[in-house]
Design a protein around this ligand. Structure first.
Ligand SMILES: [Zn+2]
Length: 457
């Protein structure tokens, strides 16, 4: 049995010094911080005591991968990793092939602990560093981590952990996409009954991010590239303190890709299946007029989802038409716009379309006005099935896509567009996938560590 007395029996003089420091501290903050140093040293002692005890246990040696005989112990060798509480050192048996095959030495106890051969920092330190880097620049993440670990952590170290973890996340995503392409649909995520009964909303948007020039050189002209982001959520109603009922997104899931609509499509579909697009009582696709995204809707989602064209985007289009048609007579333009907008909002798009046809028939209409009105007509006609705003309102569905678009923007804007930031494609992709894991609730699974406090008992 492990007991505290045993584990610090070696009479570490550091412990007494640290205890004295607690006694000498004046302010409450100083007492707490000094006591924390004691806890840190005790933690290291405890961990090292456990590792030393395990290293003494007998172990089963694996076979040599080359000649097949059992490997044999070459005695104890030291090992060290940096942890959240400072360096942890232990000695364990290492083995080699007795026939002298050119295979790396093995340390079965390290393997049992989940420590990789060249690993220099422990998992909890890496995952905390990555979690900080999801929200703040690498240098800030390193500094915050330094406060907690009591050691200097370098920004490149945090950057390296993010690259490794992001790469793992990307590989997992790639496996899921591959399975999907083979016709292997993922299981829907388990949901509480009230969420499962709520409408599922999907939307997408594009956000531009500054990249370094080709080749990843730090100097030269910034290349702006588009990131496509999709959001999936359950719609909830929330009553504000003033009694107003507003729509909220619950159980939000995001997908994103450095690339176009074609790259977004399988990712969005994969998540849609997971979020129960095939089971949800009602599914809604909310989007502004972007053509590529509506094509994605037609090709992939239309069989399950009602498509709603963002009302405010449609109204903007109406205004453009009104201004072109009734140019110079702004009162009249405004009057027609107000009227058309009202009819559109209350479920009479055909009346608006008829007006536009009539306007196009007027002789002497300037060419530019004719072009604008023709475009307006084509736009309304193309979206004829996505304009039943009166019905959507009745069903309690939102008619604006702002909510889904801001969810998309947040994912990118908050972390990737700081002053002076420019990304390499790999650097961007790795961090993007960690951010996605974070917002989608799969971050801890990625590191297989539990950083959350256990619930109070
Ligand atoms: Zn061998």
């Amino acid at each position: 049995m492990l007991c505290l007395h045993d584990s610090i029996r070696h009479d570490d003089p550091a412990v007494q010094r640290l205890l004295d420091a607690v006694e000498d501290a004046h302010s409450l903050t100083a007492v707490i911080l000094a006591a924390w140093q004691v806890a840190r040293v005790l933690t290291v002692h405890l961990v090292e005591a456990v590792l030393a005890e395990r290293a003494r246990r007998p172990l089963a040696w694996p076979r040599c991968p080359q000649c097949g005989v059992f490997l044999r112990s070459k005695g104890f060798a030291p090992r060290q990793v940096m942890s959240l509480f400072g360096p942890i050192r232990w000695r364990r048996r290492v083995g080699r092939c007795p026939h002298g095959c050119e295979t790396p030495q093995v340390a079965p106890w390290d393997e049992a602990l989940g420590v990789q051969p060249h690993q220099r920092t422990s998992g909890e330190l890496q995952s905390l560093g990555c979690a900080l880097a999801v929200f703040v620049p690498f240098a800030t993440a390193a500094r915050l981590l330094g406060w907690y670990s009591g050691r200097t952590v370098s920004p490149p170290a945090v950057w390296g952990w993010v690259q490794a973890a992001g790469q793992r996340a990307m590989e997992t995503r790639q496996e899921h996409l591959h399975a999907l392409a083979q016709g292997d649909l993922p299981a829907p995520e388990a949901l509480a009954a009230d969420l499962a009964a709520a409408p599922l909303v999907l939307g997408a948007d594009g956000v531009m991010v500054p990249f370094r020039p080709t080749g990843g050189q730090p100097t030269g002209k910034t290349r702006w590239q588009e990131i496509k982001v999709g959001v999936l959520a359950r719609l909830g109603q929330h009553r504000t303190r003033t009694g107003k009922v507003v729509t909220r997104l619950h159980h939000r899931r995001l997908v994103a890709v450095l690339g176009g609509v074609d790259a977004l499509q399988p990712r969005l579909w994969l998540e849609a299946v997971r979020q129960g697009i095939r089971q949800a009582p009602q599914v809604v696709w909310l989007s502004d007029g972007a053509r590529g995204l509506w094509r994605l809707y037609e090709e992939r989602l239309a069989a399950y989802a009602v498509g709603i064209l963002d009302f405010y985007h449609a109204a903007q289009y109406l205004w453009k038409g009104a201004a072109a048609w009734l140019d110079g007579r702004t009162t009249q333009a405004r009057r027609w716009f107000g009227w058309a907008r009202h009819r559109l909002r209350h479920g009479q798009p055909d009346g608006v379309l008829a007006d536009v046809v009539e306007a196009l028939e007027v002789e002497g209409l300037p060419a530019s006005a004719r072009d604008t009105l023709t475009a307006l007509y084509a736009y309304l006609e193309r979206h004829r099935d996505h304009l039943d705003y009166a019905t959507y309102k009745e069903l309690g569905l939102p008619i604006g896509s702002g909510m889904v678009e801001s969810a998309c923007k947040w994912l990118i804007q908050q972390r990737f567009k700081g002053v002076g930031m420019r990304w390499s494609e790999d650097g961007f992709n790795h961090l993007l996938h960690l951010r996605l894991a974070w917002v989608n609730g799969s971050f801890e699974a990625l590191f297989q560590v539990q950083l959350q406090p256990s619930p109070n008992t």
